[in-house]
Design a protein around this ligand. Sequence first.
Ligand code: ATP
Length: 941
Amino acid sequence: MSAPQSANDAPDRPDATAWHALGPDDTLARLKSSEDGLTPEDAAQRLVDSGPNVIPRKRREGVLALLVHQIHNPLIYVLLGSAVLAMVLGKAVDGAVVLAVVVLNTVVGFVQELRASQAIEALSGMVPQNAVALRAGKKVSIAAAELVPGDVVLLEAGDRVPADVRLLSARNLRIEEAALTGESVPADKSLPALPEDTELGDRCDLAFGGTMVVSGAASAVVVETGSSTELGRISALLDETTELETPLTRAMSRVARTLTLAILGVSALIVGVALFRGYPLVDAVLSGISLAVAAIPEGLPAIITIALAIGVQRMARRRAIIRKLPAVETLGSTAVICSDKTGTLTRNEMTVRALWTPALDDEPLELTGVGYTPDGELQRAGASIDPSDDVTALLFAAALCNDARLERRDGEEPTLTGDPTEGALLVAAEKVGISVDALRDERGRIDAIPFASERQFMATLHGGAEGARILYLKGAPEIILARCSLDEPETSDVLSRVERMAEQGMRVLAFAEREVDGGRDTVDEADAEGGFTLLGLMGMIDPPRPEAVEAIAACRQAGITVKMITGDHISTARAIGEQLGLLATGEKALSGAELSRMADGALRQAALDTHVFARVAPEHKLRLVRALQASGRVVAMTGDGVNDAPALRQADIGVAMGITGTSVSKEAADVVLTDDNFASIRAAVEEGRRVYDNLVKSLAFVLPTNLGEALILLIAVLFFPVVGGSPLMPITAVQILWINLVATVALALPLAFEAMEKDVMTRPPRDADAPILSPFVLFRTALVAVLMAAGAIGLFLVDYHLALQAGEPAARAAREAQTLAVTTVVLFQIFYVFNCRSLHRSLRSVGLFSNPWVYAGALLLLLLQVGFVYLPFMHTLFGSAPLSFTAWLKSAAVAALILPIISAEKWWRSRRARPSGGETASPSERAPREPRHRMDRPVRV
Ligand code: ATP
């Protein structure tokens, strides 16, 4: 039987191996590797030979789509229609200029959007993709791109398989292969070799690059990398087009569509009025076209895209990688941030501080300072380790039931690899004189149940004395005690000790052991259910990150509530919450169990009122997000585990951890933090608010010009005379295009670089439902438009009549006066852009020179405008004419009036706003509290 669908029959890989038909040992032999992996030198050489383990992306379709996106726009259709109409009516030059401008606009918009989309795409490469490999027997975390055939990798739940691999060992391994086979039910994996003609979906001894480990753990050897992997061969799947749309851009396109219809209506009306006033047909139609061209903000789409792209890049520099563009906007309206504790709010530098065993009746032993503890008794353990000593037995369990490793290099401090919680236990054991390496050599691990947040424990099976087997258990005290043979009073005595340690902010772990049948060499969960002897407790501290304390205070100022969500004990959580300034002393925290018992209504209130949630499981996170959203809050939620993905997707902003997070969580997230630090979320929120501010500024800058021009034309058609058979116009259609596309874009783009407003983090979050065209923006638009129209029309009329009086022919007088009107509008814009640098604050408080781009834009525009006025070819294209120096002065004087008028308006608004506290005050929910640090000295080996 032939299997043509088998990937190995592919003609482009004649020498491809049927890896699924080889057993583990044959595979290793074929790849000249071993169970310990490759040596670093060998791996480096192979990397040169095989190339990096990356799948190149194709993106040609994206480029085409981007181009179509530029043209497929109702506003462009109106312009194209106008151009054709103008040509048909015999105005060839006008038609050609409109066409040229459309082409120019499309090219500029295309190039800018392309750059923006490339920048955003480049970010996806910044989200770290790591793999855990064995190099010369040592576990190392390396970039997935550096994997080579022959590398041995370790896989666990939540990982994305980094390349095509042959399994060497597996435990309960299940993999979701939808990326490859479309099958969303996870596949069970096993080790035995398979017949050669086994189909791709049934090759359960292989795992394929790009698929997701849903549960279990495995070690495997890399067989194919990069474009030789199954996924690489169908890499068309990876041709994701970069999404450049956000709720805001969608809302803007809706506005644009309505606007276009309205403008077409008004234009038709204008044609009617013009005909009624005796305009020749051509001129009537041209005035309609002019109005359409005037009122349409042609440059706006490009301005918005660029402002968003700049925001994305800034956030990346501040260690928050945006995976989904809409997040840039949503971040600005975030009202609640739910954050994990360990590693995000705390340093994830665990240090064991206290030990307790049942034989030590009194208070726990303190482990402080470097070296031995102050307790005399324990020092004997350092001199001679006695396994029958209770403290030593506890530390043995801690060192054995443990996946962390201490690496020593000569002359250097030992370094820890693995979970910091477990690392702390090793350090504690070494501190009292136990050699962890020697102990592990002597009491090798036979099998294990790995730690999982849902289980809250781990278990390992070891050889004991005289062929016996010992099962060690370590985990959350409630869970461990429930499996120990203790009576009720004993259990509650231990629990109250746990409570006392936790109240000091310590994470407490309990340890227990049980003898099992000598012959056993595997364990499952049933073995860990009961019959254990309690060995004792260990308490460790993990100090808050100082920058998190500061960021939490900043968020509170900004009207953002921070909630801590942790898997830790409720008392530990409360103590850390107090240290972080999240909780008032004695304030209540809620546990996951309590959350489970609450009905949705009660939960909604509790979610708003509570700031610390403890012993929380992933499903509680999902309910919490939903409850907060039901109260109308925009919620950001962090998560790192496999099971956090639903909550991350549900949150308005899902935040994943770049260093410790699983691939599953990163892919579900909108934002990935490259440093896992809470302070970076705050930075992203700050940038999100800035982006939104700057977008509103661009709008407040662009829209008045359009309305102003429309007003100028409207007034002209209604009231200006028809001279010598043709109507007098202050500005022509092509001149309007010059203003809208050259002047406006040159000035509006620099606004996207405007620095943060001073109050950006002291005002409450923006209402996510508030329209971007707020009454304030509309008022400002109307005010500036009227001023602009009055200034331009006034100067036009004065200049025109003076020229006529001086005996100039009417046509020349009109050209000069039009040039003056255009120059006036442009100068208006140059002055007004300075007003727009802050919508509410005065220019002085913004800092006159804080955004040099505005000056660059203004200077560039001034040069272009000089060209418009004096260059002969500009005269031909735009019907402009040279201006005298006094004309420039008059124009500048009138345009400059905008500065004091808008400044007065700002002053008036700020005076009105102050007494009520409306716009600038920050109604923080509770008074800021002084954070209380309880930093402890780290303990070294
Ligand atoms: P946070 O939710 O604040 O980030 P976390 O994710 O570290 O904390 P989990 O890892 O879910 O919390 O841990 C929950 C509980 O499981 C801990 O309080 C501890 O009691 C126990 N625990 C944590 N790590 C281990 C481990 N390596 N072995 C055994 N038990 C552990």
